[in-house]
Design a protein around this ligand. Structure first.
Ligand code: ASP
Ligand code: MG
Length: 419
């Protein structure tokens, strides 16, 4: 199928965090708009975290009312800044709050209820943005992503049913016309019409899903940074913006922990050869980064920091060597606990690996491993990955203080540091 003229924009939480930023997004859509345009939006600011706390509080029997009041006030404050008293939107949002509470009080498995409740962050943000665009005379339709993005019932990490989703996208092609379509990131629904979320920070992935199914021309992710950079500018001065990146390079970056784009975003776009632009929402005149099918000669070294790492070492103590059978035991336990290995290394008598330290997953894993091996672990570590290193960065990072593990290939160096 040939490409349509549709473009997809994605705005994250930071770009819609208050009334001023919603005004900014509105201006941006007005000035950057070519029709037809589909706009995927996240929950405002840190509202997803607040909704998570709400579910936790309610389910653990704590007083949930404070969190609920905070969430309502956050949105109400934005509403009263953007709309005159008496606007229909106030009633509509009140109704959405009632729906949210209804879902919160439903009995059911924790993860299922989590999805029904946490999804309201995106419902609220899109209701507000769509109404504000209309108020500003931009022809807009609000689309319920749950009626389009079809998933299985894996709560909190829904797997996409692609064929179904693509079929559901067809009516959008006609409805889009000269309208801006506003829809939610992060959301889908299963065959029972229950809301299923796509995993934290999943809105980038949503944009890629819509773009893929609509055969879009391009996706633009609007961010608070000037583009994809070779390091986090908050951590390293002198970070530079990539003008362009091959899909493959961008996908690998996200694997190593670069948080600029959600790891699942690249694949659907690369498969359909849909370019991904990463641009700055404060200054749309900046060129940003274009991720597409290309080859770039000599990329500058890319440096990715991953904090909160845990190094786990399993040892055999009976003068045998660490065997493949024992590796199998380790891998089975790691996979069974839903833990992902970031780096691994073996020696004659031990196998060491580094993982994100999440108490609720890693401690039970260590418990299980201890039944088979002598286990040591270290927390609070930082994993630094240098992709496409040059001699200077190679030497610099290897000789950092506190390196407790290092590994290099011809293109990539990884060092694990004790802080
Ligand atoms: N609002 C969701 C989250 O914060 C999805 C997203 O922002 O991409 O995880
Ligand atoms: Mg977010």
């Amino acid at each position: 199928m040939s490409k349509s003229t549709i473009r997809v924009f994605k705005f994250g939480g930071a770009s819609v965090q208050n009334a001023a930023s919603i005004r900014n997004v509105t201006e941006l859509i007005r000035s950057q708009r070519t029709t037809p345009l589909l706009v995927v939006v996240s929950a405002m600011g840190k509202m997803t975290n607040a909704l998570e706390r709400l579910v936790n509080d309610y389910r653990s029997g704590s007083d949930y009312r404070k969190e609920l009041a905070f969430i309502k006030k956050y949105h109400d404050d934005v509403l009263s800044e953007l709309f005159e008293k008496g606007d229909d939107l106030f009633d509509k949002i009140e109704f959405t709050y009632t729906e949210l509470e209804k879902q919160l009080f439903q009995p059911g498995e924790y993860d299922e209820v989590y999805d029904q409740v946490v999804s309201f962050g995106e419902i609220l943000s899109t209701q507000i943005l769509a109404a504000f665009l209309i108020k500003n005379s931009i022809p807009t339709v609000w689309v319920d992503a749950r009626k389009v993005v079809s998933t299985d019932s894996s709560w909190r990490e829904g797997k996409i049913r692609w064929e179904e989703t693509e079929k559901n996208c067809q009516p959008l092609l006609f409805a889009l016309n000269d309208h801006v379509m506003i829809t939610q990131g992060f959301l889908g629904s299963d065959s029972n019409h229950k809301t299923v979320t796509l995993g934290r920070d999943g809105s980038d992935f949503s944009a890629a899903i819509f773009a893929s199914c609509l055969h879009a021309q391009s996706v633009t992710i609007w961010k608070d940074v000037p583009g994809v950079m070779n390091a986090d500018p908050k951590r390293l001065s002198g970070a530079v913006v990539f003008d362009e990146l091959p899909f493959k390079e961008a996908a690998e970056m996200t694997y190593y922990g670069a948080s600029v784009i959600h790891p699942k975003t690249i694949k659907p776009l690369a498969n359909k050869n849909i370019p991904l632009l990463v641009k700055n929402f404060d200054d749309p005149s900046l060129p940003g980064t274009k991720i597409h099918e290309c080859s770039v000669f000599q990329l500058p070294p890319l440096i990715v920091f991953k904090d909160n790492q845990c190094l786990i070492s399993c040892k055999v103590t009976d003068y045998t060597f660490f065997s493949e059978e024992q590796l199998q035991v380790v891998f089975q336990l790691v996979a069974g606990h839903g833990v992902h290995i970031n780096v691994m290394q073996n020696s004659a008598i031990s196998f060491s690996f580094c993982v994100d330290f999440r108490d609720n997953k890693v401690m039970p894993l260590i418990g299980e491993l201890s039944k088979h091996f002598e286990v040591y672990y270290n927390t609070g570590l930082t994993l630094i990955t240098i992709k496409n290193y040059d001699q200077k960065t190679f030497n610099e990072y290897r000789s950092k203080k506190g390196v407790i593990l290092e590994q290099s290939s011809r293109s990539t160096l990884q060092v694990l540091l004790k802080n």
